[in-house]
Unconditional design. Structure first.
Length: 432
């Protein structure tokens, strides 16, 4: 895949009385605006979202035509309403600008903070009938949500990326298949771990304090939460369910989660694999968990707007993290993950993840190799040639998977170094 540079098509939606105004504030074709009203009755919209969000946990159906038809209807009507007249003309011209160059893409930036009641709508299903395709399924036209906050530059890192995975399953809530969730994530990440691109620490007893201590002990780049989530109508904010010392549920609000992660500048991405992780308040665009983390300085947050099946979650993690470690922007990695889920085949779950960003170009990391000078590379080559004669195994072997629980400590895998200095890690049978 040829890496692209991206032109921005930035569209901001504002409420104007009983209708809305879509303003193209930046694009290759200039600015445009147009008024629109929602193209659904309240009842029809609720029915479509109900079809898209029906409980799919563990589903193994190959095709669900009802969900596919709902995605097509809601995406087509949303596109037709917002992209009309001047806005549509501006979008078509911008696509043409993109296609005139072989190394350009067009990033669709949705800004909904001035129309918070529209943020719960599944914009990821925008369907362009003129081109007969869902916009977000192509890495040429990734769709991402922006909040109007100052942008955050990429963070310099050296592989492997360090990931903290928190699996919260309180005993007084519907049980999660914890071992199954871990197994599926390990399978998805296995090639990246073997290639020393990702290092994972698993946290099974997910208390607020346990997350705080783990973040203090090591600089993590990714926080991946698996568990229960929701929206507390009383406090008007999104919540995650963590655990107390007795493994009972503790409802942790978006503001506390934001405070927990705010101080860790190396943390560039949060992935929330839980129900309603992407939901926001009808009046406060930063009351949801995802948007609260964005407000607190996390450059990118991926969250689920509907329940997601086990197979789709694994396929999503596999392709999303692989694309990130390949150096792709977060929204482009998301487009690749959507395409992978759609190709399972799966008619609708590819649109379940929502990506919020504060990164200007989607690049969360600046990998060390990308900033080396030619002189640095010459030094690296000479060092590699000197190391060819070395055959002694290295004692500095990094762990592949680290599991953190109250009483369990897994023995670290052993490793060796070959004749040209490459490190290998032996993973016992059944580990992944």
């Amino acid at each position: 895949m040829k890496y692209l540079s991206y032109l921005d098509f930035e569209i901001e939606i504002e409420k104007q009385g009983e209708s809305y105004t879509a303003r193209v504030t930046r694009s290759p074709a200039g600015q445009a605006s147009g008024a629109f009203t929602l193209p659904f009755s309240k009842n029809r919209l609720e029915l479509l979202i109900l079809k898209l969000g029906q409980n799919r946990k563990g589903i193994r159906k190959i095709i669900d035509s009802a969900q596919g038809e709902a995605a097509l209807e809601i995406g087509g009507k949303l596109f037709g309403a917002v992209f009309s007249d001047n806005v549509l003309e501006c979008y078509r011209k911008s696509l043409n600008f993109m296609r005139e160059s072989q190394d350009k893409g067009l990033r669709l930036k949705l800004m909904l903070h001035n129309a918070a009641e529209l943020a719960d709508m599944p914009w990821e299903y925008l369907f362009d009938a003129g081109e007969n395709r869902f916009i977000a399924q192509s890495h040429h036209t990734p769709v991402v949500r922006y909040t109007g906050l100052p942008e955050i530059p990429p963070f310099p890192v050296k592989l492997p990326l360090r990931m903290l995975v928190a699996i919260s399953s309180p005993t007084d809530q519907p049980p999660l298949d914890v071992e199954g969730e871990i197994s599926r994530l390990r399978q998805a990440l296995a090639p990246l771990i073997t290639a020393d691109k990702v290092k994972v620490r698993e946290l099974k007893h997910v208390t607020f304090r346990a997350i705080q201590r783990n973040l203090r002990q090591e600089d993590f780049h990714i926080f991946h939460f698996i568990g229960h989530g929701g929206f507390d109508a009383k406090s008007n904010e999104g919540v995650l369910l963590m655990e107390d010392e007795q493994h009972k549920s503790v409802m942790v609000g978006a503001d506390r989660i934001g405070a927990l992660l705010h101080d860790h500048r190396s943390l560039r991405l949060a992935v929330l694999n839980c129900c309603e992780g992407a939901r926001v308040s009808l009046t406060d665009p930063f009351a949801g968990v995802a948007t609260a983390l964005i407000q607190q300085g996390i450059p990118a947050v991926a969250a689920m707007q509907f329940p997601i099946s086990d197979d789709a979650a694994k396929e999503f993690a596999d392709e999303f993290y692989a694309a990130l470690t390949d150096g792709l922007p977060a929204d482009v990695a998301m487009a690749e993950a959507r395409k992978a889920v759609f190709g399972m085949p799966n008619d609708a779950e590819w649109g379940t993840p929502v990506l919020y960003m504060r990164s200007a170009d989607g690049l969360l990391f600046r990998f060390e190799d990308e900033v080396k000078t030619d002189k640095d590379r010459e030094i690296d080559i000479s060092e590699d040639m000197e190391d060819e004669e070395e055959t002694e195994p290295s004692e500095d072997v990094k762990p592949v998977i680290e599991v953190v629980s109250p009483e369990i400590k897994i023995e670290q895998p052993k490793g060796f170094t070959n004749s040209i200095g490459m490190e290998f890690v032996w993973i016992p049978p059944g580990e992944f």
